[in-house]
Design a protein around this ligand. Sequence first.
Ligand code: GLN
Length: 487
Amino acid sequence: MEPTISTLIELRDALRRGELTSVAATQAMLDRIVAIDNTIRSYLTVTDEMALEMAATADRRRAEGEDTPLLGVPVAVKDLLCLAGAPTTAGSKILENFISPYNAHAVDRLIEAGAVILGKTNTDEFAMGSSTESSAFFTTRNPWDTERVPGGSSGGSAAAVAAGLAYGALGTDTGGSVRQPASFCGLVGMRPTYGRISRWGVIAYASSLDQVGPMGQTAADTAALLSVIAGYDPRDSTSLDTPVPDYEAALTGDIRGLRVGVPHEFFIEGIDTEVEAAVRAAIEQIARLGAEIIEISIPHTRYGLPIYYLIASAEAGANLARYDGTRFGERVTGSDVIDTVERTRALFGPEVKRRIMLGSYALSAGYYDQYYGRALKARELIRENFRQAFETVDVIAAPTCPTTAFKIGERVDDPLTMYLNDMLTLPLNLSTGCGLSTPCGFDSKGLPIGLQLIGGPLQEATILNVAHAYEQTQPRRKPELALGDIA
Ligand code: GLN
């Protein structure tokens, strides 16, 4: 067996059957990372020693007759989530030397489930971006075309899974940062309902929007990860204390009678025609599987972008105030306190500075009501749009992104064009449901296209089942082909 080409579920089953050990699977991944990741650059830190220790422990536990949901399965974690004893940089110079003393809740859950943590993946600085180009360290490359971005901000996690450098990964989705890179890299990636996964130990960007999300090669892989990381955590006051369903068991593949809404506002002007065609074909396929397709409207979709960038930047400005050189992260000592704070905060990259300035302006006296206050009210309109939509449909289907992966460097100097890429993912974050991206074919350049499936609050099992049912009708993706000249 070539461990690097199988799915998480296939590996888990092979480990259960004793066909290989976790140490062997982990070592194969680490070897592949050495061979390939100097080109893909998905990992900021490879925790190889820790991974091999975890793998050995997993093998020992299995030999003693134990079995846990991810026992011995090597996975990757976005560098926005704390991993005890390892660097947690958030893609920023200001946290370059920060070694986390504790695990994020989601990381703890992975480890309790027996997973092996291979390392920390690249991210746009503080998760602000859509391409990993704002990472202070380097840009990750898309395994389907290494001249293109993998998406962002969880681009390192997406590229690692797509390139066969992890069996699954965690990202975070504040405005689309799991779904968009999943779409660009041909994966399934989910933003669960806000509160489904604890934010404990996740470096804060915009606290009312941030949510951890799983990424996998298939709906079943994603479901397996979600089952492990979901659940109540008293350390996050917004964590939901509701039972966690068995997401894998929910993948029956039967979607007969399901009502699927298609919002015409999501097929915006400027959407790539190949993306639109692939998404519409996927929706037809879902209809053939017995779902009922209903045209719907989310009328305030077009306000999503300005509302999001006001709210997210305002919250970011507040959250990032803590990096002042006295309590967290780096300190660049200056002539006095003010000088020290200024020099330290100069370590932030241009995108982070842009957001802090925008956020501070939106919250400043005299402008608060005009910008932030209005954005909060407009957010309610979007929530209401979704709430009404879910009175008549069970799931919403739309494109994840207006385009496929763009070229590295193409949009860095044009923040607005970069932000427009999030047009179709942001509305969900401003509302309360869950959403995922699942592959639905390729454009003529051979780049993956993503179908976005959105569900109401806590409807993760439903959208995963639609993705699973659809996936069964599609040719199996072969990520090894993605490596082209590198493999
Ligand atoms: N691209 C969006 C932003 O820059 C979303 C990022 C995210 O979801 N973390 O804010």
